[in-house]
Design a protein around this ligand. Structure first.
Ligand SMILES: [Zn+2]
Length: 382
């Protein structure tokens, strides 16, 4: 009782009785509180840290101890504060009782984070993509094209006749394939300073963008060009573009929420559309779009060979382009500006026209030519 630091005089109120007595309370280094009668040091109460609560420390008021059985101790000294040992030991005790949960949480957090980014975001994106209103799809599509026009594209130099011819071929195929032709409007652009890139891609609203180089590359094989367009329509049909935009937006939001900041989110979401062209679709999306093309080709009396030829032509063009772009490494005065060249290299490395896809299309075509349906042939070719 002699260590004045941890002992304090006060009043002990008995539980469930309107009776109190002068007492001394002391707290030991385990955080337990012992209350003794002031007169004779007789023990009145003992409580380990989990058996009492401390009242809130209010300036000018003594800090009461509320024991679990309903009794309480009120220090005389209004400035008395219970040593933090009481709090600390209770915290340590809590840790001891919950260490497993804490360890589990520590191990789980990275997994939960990774899951959220790898699985949760794409899953959420699919749900979000299904509910994006038409007006948002329209405005983000035209916004994307505006951005691309300002950065990557320049106006087409195809003649009016050339464009009409491509449109005509496309309309005929669309009709045979049972597509709503108005939904899929063609528009033409140059990509690369020297019209280097042969490509087509679909905006989520169904606008199909073709580069001049693509039209030139396939001018002797309009069926191949149509197959490319059907593949692009497959991306629209399966809502891949919207899914990618939703994914990019939810990913940014998820990261921002984890980091606790939503600054700059609007910018990231605006940029989401452009990612369509630069990052491309996943393998699964490409496969789905190919399958859609195989089906529509069959519907219109063609076979998978049209797509196989188209991919071969694109592959040839890309290889040529890649070689040229790579040789520009040591020469900055070439036909591509540095920034464009880098974008192009990135594009080419993330959009390999894989032999795998060409092989699949060819073996499906072979099977179709022997009289198989596109579905049977696809299953066989797997
Ligand atoms: Zn594709």
């Amino acid at each position: 009782m002699s260590d004045g630091l941890t002992a304090v005089r006060g009043v002990f109120q008995f539980a469930a009785a309107a009776r109190s007595t002068a007492a001394v309370a002391r707290s030991d280094d385990t955080g337990a509180i012992q209350v003794l009668q002031q007169q004779d040091n007789a023990g009145l109460h003992y409580a380990s840290p989990e058996q009492f609560d401390l009242a809130a420390a209010i300036p000018g008021l003594p800090q009461e101890v509320l024991f679990a059985d309903g009794s309480r101790f009120i220090p005389d000294d209004p400035n008395w504060r219970w040593p933090s040992a009481a709090l600390r030991s209770r915290w340590l005790e809590w840790l001891e009782n919950h260490w497993l949960a804490i360890l589990a949480a520590a191990l789980l957090v990275p997994f939960v984070t990774a899951w959220t980014l790898v699985k949760g975001v794409p899953m959420l994106s699919v749900v979000v993509a299904d509910h994006v209103p038409e007006v948002v799809i329209k405005s983000s599509s035209s916004g994307t094209l505006d951005t691309l026009d300002a950065t990557l594209f320049s106006p087409s130099t195809l003649s009016k006749q050339q464009r009409l011819a491509v449109n005509q071929q496309w309309l005929q195929l669309a009709e045979r394939a049972g597509l709503e032709a108005q939904r899929y409007q063609l528009t033409f652009r140059q990509w690369g300073d020297d019209d280097a890139v042969a490509n087509a891609f679909a905006l989520p609203d169904g606008t199909l963008v073709l580069t001049d180089r693509l039209v030139h590359l396939m001018q002797d094989d309009p069926d191949a060009l149509n197959a490319v367009l059907l593949h692009e329509v497959g991306h629209v049909y399966h809502r891949h573009g919207i899914e990618m935009m939703a994914q990019s937006a939810t990913m940014s939001l998820a990261i921002a929420m984890m980091l606790g900041s939503v600054d700059g989110i609007a910018d990231v979401m605006l940029g989401a559309g452009v990612g369509l062209v630069q990052n491309g679709f996943s393998r699964d999306m490409e496969r789905e779009a190919d399958l859609y093309a195989f089906r529509k080709l069959a519907d219109s009396g063609r076979d998978a060979n049209d797509l196989a030829r188209a991919m071969l032509l694109l592959q040839g063009n890309n290889r040529e382009l890649e070689a040229t772009a790579a040789s520009e490494d040591t020469d900055n005065s070439g036909w591509l500006e540095e920034s464009n060249r880098q974008q192009l290299m990135e594009y080419l490395s993330t959009h390999p026209m894989t032999n795998e896809r060409i092989e699949l299309a060819r073996s499906i075509a072979h099977c179709q030519q022997e009289g198989g349906s596109w579905r049977q042939c696809y299953q066989q070719a797997q």
